[in-house]
Design a protein around this ligand. Structure first.
Ligand code: ADP
Ligand code: MG
Length: 491
């Protein structure tokens, strides 16, 4: 909907570079609105078309196809004169400040004012002093740009873009030449001044550390506006209500990790949940005295971190960026994660199902270290998770072995009678398993296993899947021998 609060309104905009055979479309079907006072961040990979879009909005290029209205005026078909006229409503900030080296700071800023229709030299001086105070550079009034630091130059550029109180500020990677702290300070300053003057801001940046300042984040991917974070989130975790989506995505925390960098580490305290927006990660199990093992790969649209949050509060695996990948994740804190679980049955079911699979995968690959991870994943995906009440019998001594059992949660007790009808017993904990040797050898269970004093959760795999898993591996002696019987006989 377009109303008088709308500063930028774009519909079905296309843009091309080159002509004929060499013509290349760089913007496709762009639809975007920016309202007064809004602080919008435009992100996206290099070459995706952000600068081209910004320069069209800034009236530095002519529109080819579609509708682009600024402050209600249609720019498709506008004359050069009209474009120049329109530019007076903007403040424009570029990557490296476009200050003129032979003019003082004051003269540079005053130049923006001289282009305004109601220019008065006296007022211009007062406005220049005021804006320089606002950006913390009052003492640099008579300095030349050559004597300023990179951060100071960008602050002068901001002062000169904002001194005219423009309706719209356009900034193309204004922090690119600055270090982290200076970059964030510059954008925070721009944010504060724009809000005070009710200017709308459209800023292009790669810098994920400033995304939290945005009222809205728009992704540009390959010339198209990509999904907004709320859309990304509802694709990954369906079923949330609008209010929660809004809460989760208005100021998302998005972090970037480089090739082979660890995002979470096994054994660390778990306090965050991660949604993978871009790139590939590996799930790695670190084992004492053994080489690390990659047990799974995750891609865009997947999530991780729920196992630690929902189990014992510790990371059960390391998550690391795959080689030659760069990863972007949305980070959800524990409190918000709990809200997710409470908000949508669909999401809760999905997360719990995946949690089971992952816990099973990690226990199974521990139990069967020689089995190929992809076989383990396939079996874990089909395995059943069964909960047994306190004290209930899971397998009975003398029964034909039908299944392989692996304990996911809770404590079990195994009992075996010897020749004199005396019982020996031992406890079984998560990660331990039984039924393996009996399944492989076609024997009856030589023991009884029952749940302990609380409810337990057990993963169950049928004979066929288990035996095929064993067949496909370099059979591992431990799996053919009865670990549990051995333990009971020695206890
Ligand atoms: P971004 O700012 O997101 O890095 P740009 O808008 O600068 O992307 O560029 C988008 C695409 O258009 C790129 O593929 C780039 O090579 C191409 N491009 C940019 N300017 C020109 C030009 N003047 N002539 C031809 N192609 C261009
Ligand atoms: Mg660019």
């Amino acid at each position: 909907m377009t109303n008088d609060k709308t500063v930028v309104s774009i519909q079905n905009l296309n843009y091309f570079f080159g002509e004929g055979e060499l013509q290349k479309q760089v913007l496709s079907d762009i639809n975007l609105e920016v309202k007064a006072k809004e602080f919008v961040i435009l992100t996206g990979p290099s070459g995706s078309g952000k600068s081209t879009l910004l320069s069209l909005i800034g009236c530095l290029r002519s529109v080819h196809q579609g509708s682009l209205k600024i402050l209600g005026q249609q720019l498709n078909g506008a004359t050069r004169e009209q474009l120049v006229q329109m530019r007076r409503n903007f403040g424009y900030i570029t990557q490296s400040s476009n200050l003129l080296d032979f003019l003082t700071v004051q003269q540079n800023i005053q130049m923006s004012l001289e282009l305004q229709p109601d220019f008065s030299p006296k007022e211009a001086r007062a406005k220049t002093v005021a804006i320089l105070e606002a950006v913390g550079l009052a003492e640099k009034l008579n300095a030349y740009p050559g004597n300023l630091s990179g951060g100071q130059k960008q602050r002068v550029a901001i002062a000169s873009a904002l001194v005219t109180r423009p309706k719209l500020v356009l900034a193309d990677e204004p922090t690119a030449s600055l270090d982290k702290t200076a970059g964030r300070n510059v954008v925070a300053l721009m944010h504060r001044l724009a809000k005070e003057q009710s200017s709308a801001v459209l800023i292009v940046t790669h810098d994920n550390r400033i995304l939290d300042l945005a009222d809205r984040i728009v992704n540009v991917e390959d010339g198209k506006l990509g999904l907004a974070f709320n859309q990304e989130l509802s694709l990954v975790l369906p079923g949330f209500d609008e209010a929660l989506l809004e809460k989760a995505t208005t100021k998302p925390i998005v972090l970037t990790y480089e090739s082979e960098q660890a995002i979470v580490r096994q054994g660390e305290r778990a306090d965050k949940f991660y949604i993978l927006l871009e790139g590939e990660v590996e799930i790695i199990q670190e084992l004492p005295d053994e080489p690390h093992r990659v047990i799974n790969h995750l891609n865009r649209g997947d999530y991780f971190g729920e196992v630690g949050l929902l189990r014992d509060g510790k990371r059960t695996a390391t998550v690391r960026v795959a080689r030659n990948s760069e990863v972007k994740v949305m980070v959800i804190d524990e409190e918000l994660f709990r809200l997710f679980l409470g908000n949508s049955e669909l999401t809760k079911a999905d997360i719990v199902r995946r949690l089971h699979q992952r816990v099973m995968t990690s226990h199974l690959s521990n139990a069967l270290p020689n089995v190929n991870p992809s076989e383990i994943l396939a079996v874990a995906a089909q395995a059943k998770v069964i909960r047994y009440g306190a004290n209930s019998i899971i397998v009975q001594e003398g029964e034909v072995a039908e299944k392989f059992y692996l304990i996911l949660e809770g404590e079990l007790e195994a009992l075996m009678s010897d020749r004199d009808d005396e019982f020996t017993s031992c406890k079984l904990k998560p990660g331990e398993y039984f039924g393996n040797a009996q399944l492989v050898n076609g024997e009856n269970y030589p023991f009884t296993v029952r749940a302990g004093l609380t409810e337990v959760e057990v993963m169950v795999i049928d004979r066929e899947s288990f035996c095929s898993l064993i067949l496909k591996s370099n059979t591992n002696q431990a799996i053919v021998a009865s670990v549990l019987r051995h333990r009971l006989m020695n206890s």
